[in-house]
Write a protein that binds this ligand. Structure first.
Ligand code: ASP
Length: 308
């Protein structure tokens, strides 16, 4: 019998002090929602969807309601869900009228017809798939003030509050889900790593599940989540994999972000080279660990310190 586990994250950047508690607590709440599914013997897929929906409802994060607007003042949402048991996936990008893109991604996956659908086409299909459309205004929520954020690597758009979840269930199945409004003031139609399979997320029962967050244009160059699963397949421990890939992100492509991993044995890995990564981990007990900074062996050497 497996020991279930869920990890959620709420983005990697420098979270200004007044926003830290909301980031920590939102992750805790989402992870516990997913945990309830796992503890009742539910599927990892249901757990990640439930956890991501909580984060999409929380305006603290850049997903669902409260997402960052593009240059035209509109919210455009991306999401991806993947089932490690079957390797089926569903993905959606640049939708403007969907309150829970993670659920639309799941319905697309379950349709068996397509895997990745974008924009107006995805919205046109949503209702037939059982996902109601919303008024775009419902997605607008006052964005938390980010004044005082003085850590911005050149080229990276902050804040970076994308959300993700990885889980292992009692039956040994792995799943991952991600959801984002993308980067603030992006060009209309811009899509980052989050809905791209292998980049923003990947799950395979044979190895593990991983979700990435941060500067999407850089993250996608390393196909970070699939790379994580491949390193797990070579026998590397999840924490070592997370740290190695985040180091590569910085050294190879001058990227910034974070990575969460759970392997098929339920071991976890988290790393980030931004000052913060909001996260929560729930294991049997339930034992809950929630925070905005995950200590790694090399955190002091490769994480840039925020200007103060
Ligand atoms: N990776 C996301 C994107 O580039 C942003 C984030 O993770 O916060 O769209």
């Amino acid at each position: 019998m497996n020991q279930p586990v869920i990890i959620v994250h709420g983005g990697a950047w420098h979270i200004p002090s007044p926003l830290r508690e909301a980031h920590r607590e939102g992750c805790r709440r989402a992870a516990l929602t997913g945990w309830d599914v796992l503890a009742a013997g539910g599927a990892a897929l249901d757990a990640v969807e439930a956890a991501v929906r909580v984060l999409e409802d929380d305006p603290t994060y850049d997903a669902g309601r409260g997402s960052h607007c593009n240059l035209q003042g509109e919210v455009e949402l991306d999401a991806l869900i993947m089932d490690g048991r079957t390797l089926e996936l569903g993905s959606v990008a640049a939708v403007k009228r969907v309150r829970h893109p993670i659920t639309l991604a799941r319905r697309i996956m379950e349709s068996g017809e397509h895997a990745f659908v974008v924009g107006a086409g995805a919205e046109a299909w949503a209702e037939a798939l059982g996902v109601p459309l919303c008024d775009p205004a419902d997605l607008l929520a006052p964005s938390p003030a980010v004044a005082g954020d003085d850590w911005t690597p050149p080229g990276m758009r902050l804040p970076a509050d994308t959300v993700g979840a990885v889980a292992l269930d009692l039956a040994g199945n792995l799943a991952v889900g991600t959801s984002t409004g993308g980067t603030p003031n992006k060009r209309p139609g811009r899509v980052g790593d989050t809905p791209l399979v292998g980049c923003g997320a990947y799950a395979d029962n044979a190895t593990g599940a991983a979700a990435a967050t941060g500067w999407g244009e850089r993250l996608m160059r390393l196909v970070l989540s699939k790379s994580a699963c491949e390193l797990l397949a070579q026998g590397e421990a999840p924490q070592a994999v997370a740290e190695r890939l985040i180091r590569q992100l910085e050294q190879r492509v001058a990227g910034y972000g974070g990575l969460i991993i759970v392997d098929r044995q339920g071991r976890v890995g988290l790393a980030h080279n931004t000052p913060h990564l909001s996260f929560a981990i729930v294991r049997p007990g339930p034992e809950v660990l929630a925070g905005i900074e995950f200590p790694t062996a090399e955190s002091e050497t490769h994480r840039p310190s925020p200007a103060s």
